[in-house]
Design a protein. Structure first.
Length: 220
């Protein structure tokens, strides 16, 4: 990365935090200066322990992580993050890249893998993409959490009706499946849709499918 005042880069309008974990003071100072020049909020750590101890606000974020830290591998830090359910995108950087290392980085779920010295623009592009990725993930998680809160207000029968509607059954078929009258099914379905804040059957089904996918993902 070149030494410069970075004044040729436009300010990035993005509400998020970039965490830099690198025990090379000169490098993390240079990366910090570059990111600050683009208007980004940056927090630097020379030890992974300090990163894990830091209080992280609920905003879009990414981590720029050196593969070789003193006394600890960047890959082990990534494993710790996953174990602690810290799903922030990681940008690995290293001065000792090889094919095996880059493959391992990608398999660990890294957002990007940059070899030192890297171009300033490559780092900025990687950070913007990683922040956008995390923002999208957080929005999706908040949306699912809201759907889950609505779902928890449903009665057992309303949940079963929702499940069967999502499976494509008609009111008459649901009535037969649950040993209820068709009118009763319609009442449960109407109440369930209202509680789920669904104005259409399509939205009702989408939310049911989203809940199922979230449940399947959490059981992996």
């Amino acid at each position: 990365m070149k030494d410069a005042r970075f004044n040729e880069y436009p300010v990035i309008d993005f509400d998020g935090i970039v965490y830099v974990i690198d025990d090379d003071v000169r490098m993390h100072d240079a990366v910090t200066a570059l990111l600050h020049s683009a208007g980004l909020d940056v927090r630097t750590f020379s030890r992974a322990h300090d990163f894990f101890s830091d209080k992280r606000p609920d905003v879009a974020a990414c981590v720029i992580l050196d593969v070789r830290l003193q006394g600890q591998s960047g890959f082990s830090v990534r494993e710790q993050m996953m174990a602690q359910c810290i799903h922030i995108p990681v940008i690995f950087m290293t001065a000792y890249a090889d094919v095996a290392m880059s493959v391992r980085a990608m398999r660990s779920g890294a957002s990007h893998f940059l070899e030192k010295p890297f171009r300033d623009q490559d780092m900025l592009d990687a950070v913007v993409e990683a922040l956008a990725q995390d923002k999208k993930r957080r929005c999706k998680e908040r949306s699912i959490a809201n759907v889950q809160r609505c779902f928890e207000t449903l009665t057992p029968r309303e949940r079963r009706v929702m499940e069967l509607v999502a499976a494509g059954l008609l009111n008459k078929q649901i009535a037969a499946e649950m040993a209820l009258s068709e009118m009763t099914v319609k009442i449960h379905r109407s109440r369930a849709m209202k509680k789920m804040e669904s104005r259409s059957v399509a939205d009702f089904v989408l939310k049911a499918n989203a809940l199922r996918q979230a449940s399947n993902g959490s059981q992996r």
